[in-house]
Design a protein around this ligand. Sequence first.
Ligand code: SAH
Ligand code: SF4
Ligand code: F3S
Length: 512
Amino acid sequence: MNEEQRLQGQQVKPFKPLQPVKEKDYSQFFQKTPSLKDAKKRGKEEIEYHADFKIDERFAEMGRGRKFYIRTYGCQMNEHDTEVMAGIFEQLGYEATDEVTEANVILMNTCAIRENAENKVFGELGHFKPLKLQNPDLLIGVCGCMSQEEAVVNKILKTYDQVDMVFGTHNIHRLPEILNEAYLSKETVIDVWSKEGDVIENLPKVRKGQTKAWVNIMYGCDKFCTYCIVPYTRGKERSRLPQDIIQEVRELAAAGYQEITLLGQNVNAYGKDLPDSSIGLGDLMDELRKIDIPRIRFTTSHPRDFDDYLIEVLAKKGNLVEHIHLPVQSGSSDMLKIMARKYTRESYLELVRKIRTAIPDVALTTDIIVGFPNETEEQFEETLSLYREVGFEMAFTYIYSPREGTPAAKMRDNVPAEVKKQRLHRLNEVVAEYSAKALKKLEGEIVEVLVEGESKRNDQVLAGYTRKNRLVNFVAPKEVIGQYVHVRITEAKTHSLAGEFVEVVSKTAEVK
Ligand code: SAH
Ligand code: SF4
Ligand code: F3S
């Protein structure tokens, strides 16, 4: 068979699907469509840890001669889930492709956080329809957070018959079985669990890049901020065991990775659900700090659970970077109350003071929502004044988007869309002002940059990040990609820095 034939899925001897493998424990969660009502429940049952993930031998030939393509939306959690699914695909014998037209399986790993994220996915699904006609072997799947929503699954079933399979965030380890069913079935295969599953260890992963790696430390969220869909789409908080996390970070360090980002929706709740609840994020960081890897970050931290011990450990620095992303959402205590964030403007500012006392050169960044239902002009201005008072280095800013099934979606809202847009614009001006100010201070300084690759805008320029997560662009030989270098900053832009390459760094240090 020549290369051309191999690329055409139709000419490859098709994998013969097998009768579905029944799994004893999971049937109780299996249902036709997801239920947000069930997803809201938080049971007391203990989480089990499984380290025995294995691809059924009978699926070993499934991907031979076939290619997969995954498009990822949303947060780092989704990016990392994509790495796991890519790992599973490769174990099944599929090859990765960046060309959607070459793919035999297309997966949309979706995000449900705001309406526009969802609209993009529906738009793309429409574009995929003609591909189905060209390639009868093509399977199209929707996974990720949108799949956990009833309304989305109903819409897909009604309007998007090009979709062959829908599965959620709790069962990506069942991808081989789901694919098998999709090859068998003429109907859309729906495999969405409304209740989280257990923690599955040793899933295969194909990581994007060899420099930075993501490591999950916990799954789910129990905070139920009134605007947010994540607790419904990701289930209850489940921490990985510390020894499994430490082991993974050690392995990544040994494999030459240069930076680790620990992931969780609310990493400060780490450990609270473990049988031995005496371990928290501070303890975990204190252990990870001893591993020989130059930088460790985490995201996202919730101000409420940010305890003194964690601050004490972070102040030891070393490989723990002095950058904390600490979403505040609003500067008004009244708004924070309605959002159920469970802290006030004052307690947030107090936390910032504590962090700054312990780590004077810390860089703080944040997330902010404007135009929450009935937000007044004064309340919005409190957000602006808090922003100035903290002097954040950067922020992700959003207009509130109602999410079906959340308490805020039922609130009446008297803020016109135009006012919300103006507020976002006004806030973004302050964000740009403070970002530019923080970066300006670095002009003439030498910073340490982990080089990630070519700049997205210009392949003659390299790009990387400092310990404080500032983007730096500079010209240097391509061999420095994946290494730490010193760069002299020549110009501060609004959201990035431009500089001149100085040298490769042999031992990283706590600088800028
Ligand atoms: N777990 C993280 C946030 C995850 S979502 C945390 O609690 O910090 C990332 C950001 O999206 C949130 O911080 C919030 O600013 C924004 N967001 C969440 N739900 C939203 C909604 N319904 N409308 C607009 N923005 C939202
Ligand atoms: Fe959403 Fe709040 Fe949980 Fe963050 S902490 S994921 S904003 S519910
Ligand atoms: Fe989106 Fe799900 Fe992440 S809703 S932000 S992909 S947890």
